[in-house]
Design a protein around this ligand. Structure first.
Ligand code: ARG
Ligand code: ASP
Length: 756
């Protein structure tokens, strides 16, 4: 262990060869100085690492906010104005929508702060500082220990570390493993719980191209929404209250009006969720050949059913919009991922890397780790597949069974802890249940149930079926059909109907629990979970912990074998910086995609009345009159999206794309189709992230929505025209274009003086 730690650290002071070429990597902000600053500056960055992350002064990191734990957002005014993606705020926008007041369709712009809409449950989290606690976390751990021994020492160490921190009133501490358990970092965070919806374009802009264009470039989506963080009287976190005030940030991002050109430096700052760059080939093969195809098939089946109903009925479309988008998103991602893994020959590459690793370090244990991986992945395959089936069928895609997880938890509270805990949990469930029933159509769900249970039964060994699915009434050798079971469950369960469910939940605890325990949906959920726990999760977890510890020593072996290479840790929902350049790419032979798209492309895709590609009259009018204000590019066109070589993943949505000087130039929201395998096999030649151009956002807020009061809050800058602005503190709150030329000259002189 000490060897690895010292390798990682001696590495900080040696010369690196970059693993691939610049663009790849999700780096820790506090290590940029040691690992990345030089390269970033060579690529065009004009900032220092300290400008990006500092615990002594305000820095870019103070403007970067974890949005609800699943997306990224950033502050863009001194009044707590928060920018993120439309698809990140989608659930909130939808929750304020109805057929009569459809914010998804029409968009929403709060005219004053009093009109901003509160969102219970939504939080905004800041990272106050990041500390390397590896030495303490791994103290007393030895190579020859069993996994459980090792883990119990680490757990104890982490408790000790937590105890050693003095946290402020509103602070929390999270300690996370990195490099698959070879390092540990502690994150001190502050979380705000009053986050209100300020503005959102209509879906025809914010989700233009919808699922057809999702994961695709050339792209023309204005995927943004605006929120605002509210704070208590002393700018501290506070639960929602009318008396709360807009949060005053330590730092917010100025917005560049100068746009981007090919090869410009960009940095994306955010919270990438999960990547798997260091898997052995055998694992990649399993994902490609076994797990992805199964999950794609299940979701394909569910989506086809829901899509029919959504197309037929506007109310259903609103109710299912968010759920459908969520399911469709990864369905499509896995399809792209599989294609990309094939076209980039991921398996061949892994093989080559593994050969090199074994050759480079003949006496290391790499060869035996790889052999152990082979057998561990062989052993886990069946239960991993069954686990994916259970999660996709009984948890994610059959809604009635999904909600039963909470009902089971409620009953468990009563059985284990008594009435008081039951009531407390019931209270907590009420918001969830309201939302569930607001968007629930039992007839659609029942059809999904019939189709997915059949898939489950046909594809998996009988031993993985819960008792009811194994009943010969429904399932024989020649035929599997659960329509009758579905009828029985959906017609007799109280949970398919809000009124009936609420009536039961209104009873006293003992009565309610007795009634729930005879409910057919509850019973099926219990049965299925039991089968899962006994037959699937046990074997799966056993193998998985073997794989996890192999992955840890494999990672260690890679780092030790190539001490002069720089390795970035896989994403784990912690704060990261990734950087690259604005760049087009060759999606296929003889085709080159230039990096910036324009409003003209929206018009090319426009299909009147289409639910994915419609354009509103207002946008058409602005386009026809070329009424672009200050937001057109030098070519006279309004830019919409652009791409770059920044290495991003799910969770990076809503991340700011920042220029060489620290200004916002774009808003990350997606990746290109040919590069969707980047989580497993990043390929710098075709992996690109997709960003909304900041000027399109401003154009929509200003010219389209007329929300000029929001533009007035922001700080718009011309970094390319006025290079020295960044050094001049006095102009912080002044828009450069409003200053006289004489004033600008004076400030430039001063900036120069300050530099000397
Ligand atoms: N693919 C992007 C991401 O993974 C955007 C998803 C939202 N858009 C959509 N059409 N579903 O989140
Ligand atoms: N669209 C993704 C997100 O929501 C970003 C990505 O996967 O590239 O985080």
């Amino acid at each position: 262990m000490t060897t690895l730690r010292s390798t990682l650290f001696s590495a900080l002071f040696t010369c690196f060869t970059v693993m691939a070429f610049a663009g790849e990597g999700m780096w820790l902000p506090q290590l940029l100085k040691a690992l990345n600053e030089g390269e970033m500056q060579t690529m065009g960055m004009k900032m220092t690492a300290e400008d990006i992350y500092s615990i002594n002064q305000s820095s870019l990191k103070d403007a970067i906010v974890h949005f609800g734990g699943f997306c990224t957002s950033e502050l863009i005014s001194d009044q707590g104005l928060l920018l993120t993606n439309h698809h990140c705020g989608y659930g909130q926008i939808q929750s304020h929508s109805s057929v009569d007041n459809n914010l998804l369709k029409n968009g929403f712009w709060a005219a004053t702060k009093n009109d901003e809409l509160s969102n219970p449950g939504l939080f905004a989290r800041f990272i106050d500082r990041i500390d390397d606690v590896s030495d303490k976390a791994l103290a007393g751990v030895a190579d020859n220990m069993s996994d459980s021994e090792r883990q119990s020492i680490i757990d104890k160490n982490l408790e000790g570390i937590k105890g050693s921190y003095t946290l402020g009133d509103f602070q929390d501490l999270q300690i996370r493993p990195f490099y698959h358990g070879n390092q540990y970092f502690a994150f001190v965070t502050t979380t705000y719980n009053d986050v209100r919806l300020v503005g959102a374009p209509p879906e025809s802009i914010g989700k233009f191209g919808s699922d057809t264009d999702n994961w695709v470039f050339p792209r023309h989506t204005g995927d943004f929404a605006l929120f605002r963080i509210y704070a208590g009287p002393n700018n501290e976190p506070a639960e929602y209250s009318e008396n709360n005030k807009p949060y005053v940030p330590k730092h917010f991002l100025p917005i560049s009006l100068d746009g981007v050109a090919e090869n410009d430096f960009t940095l994306v700052f955010g919270f990438p969720g999960r990547t798997n760059q260091y898997l052995p080939g055998v694992a990649v093969k399993q994902t490609m050949d076994v797990l992805n195809p199964a999950k794609i098939n299940i979701r394909d089946t569910a989506l086809k059913i829901i899509d029919q109903y959504m197309r037929a009925d506007e109310a259903v479309r609103i109710q299912y919009a968010s759920k459908f988008a969520r399911v469709a998103n990864y369905w499509k991602k896995w399809i792209g991922e599989n294609q990309g893994l094939k076209t980039t020959n991921a398996l061949g590459r892994k093989q080559k890397f593994e050969d090199k690793l074994v050759r480079a370090n003949a006496d290391s244990n790499a060869a035996s780790i790889l052999k152990d991986f082979d057998s561990a992945y062989g052993s886990i395959e069946e239960s991993a597949l069954a686990r994916d089936y259970y999660q996709e069928v009984a948890i994610r895609n059959i809604e009635l069974l999904n909600m039963q997880r909470y009902i089971r938890a409620l009953v468990k509270r009563y059985d284990n802890n008594g009435e008081e805990e039951y009531n407390a949990y019931k209270q907590r469930l009420s918001g969830f249940l309201d939302n569930f029933y607001k968007n629930y159509r039992p007839n659609i769900d029942q059809e999904v149930f019939v189709a997915l249970t059949q898939l489950y039964a046909e594809k998996l060994d009988k031993k993985y079926l819960p008792k009811s699915l194994n009943d010969s009434k429904y399932s024989t050798k020649s035929k599997t059909d659960y329509s009758d079971l579905a009828r029985l469950v959906y017609e007799n369960s109280v949970f398919t109907d809000k009124e009936k469910a609420m009536k039961v939940l209104a009873m006293n605890a003992a009565e309610a629990v007795a009634k729930i325990k005879t409910d057919p949906a509850y019973l099926l959920g219990v049965e299925w979970e039991k089968t899962y726990n006994e037959k699937i999760s046990g074997p799966y977890n056993g193998q998985k912990s073997i794989i996890d510890s192999l992955q840890r020593i494999y990672m260690q072996s890679i780092i030790e074998t190539f001490p002069n290479q720089r390795f970035y840790p896989d994403a784990n929902s912690t704060m990261r910086v990734t950087y690259g350049q604005v760049k087009g790419y060759n999606p296929k032979d003889a085709v080159y995609y230039t990096p910036v798209t324009y409003l003209d492309g929206v018009m090319e895709k426009y299909v009147p009345g289409d639910y994915e590609f419609d354009v509103t009259p207002k946008l058409l009018e602005l386009y026809e009159n070329k009424d672009y204000g200050q937001y057109a590019d030098t070519n006279g066109k309004v830019p919409v999206c652009f791409i770059g070589t920044n290495h991003t993943t799910g969770g990076n949505s809503g991340s700011p794309a920042i220029d060489a000087y620290g200004n916002l130039v774009g808003l990350n929201f997606d990746r290109v189709w040919e590069g969707t395998m980047s989580d497993i096999n990043y390929d710098p030649s075709i992996c690109r992230n997709i960003m909304v151009d900041a000027r399109y956002i401003l154009f929509i807020v200003d010219k389209y929505a007329g929300a000029t009061h929001l533009i007035d809050e922001m700080k718009l800058v011309h970094p390319k025209k006025d290079i020295d602005w960044q050094g001049v503190d006095e102009v912080e709150q002044v828009k450069p274009e409003k200053l006289s030329r004489k004033m600008k000259r004076k400030m430039r002189r001063e900036a120069k003086k300050n530099k000397k």
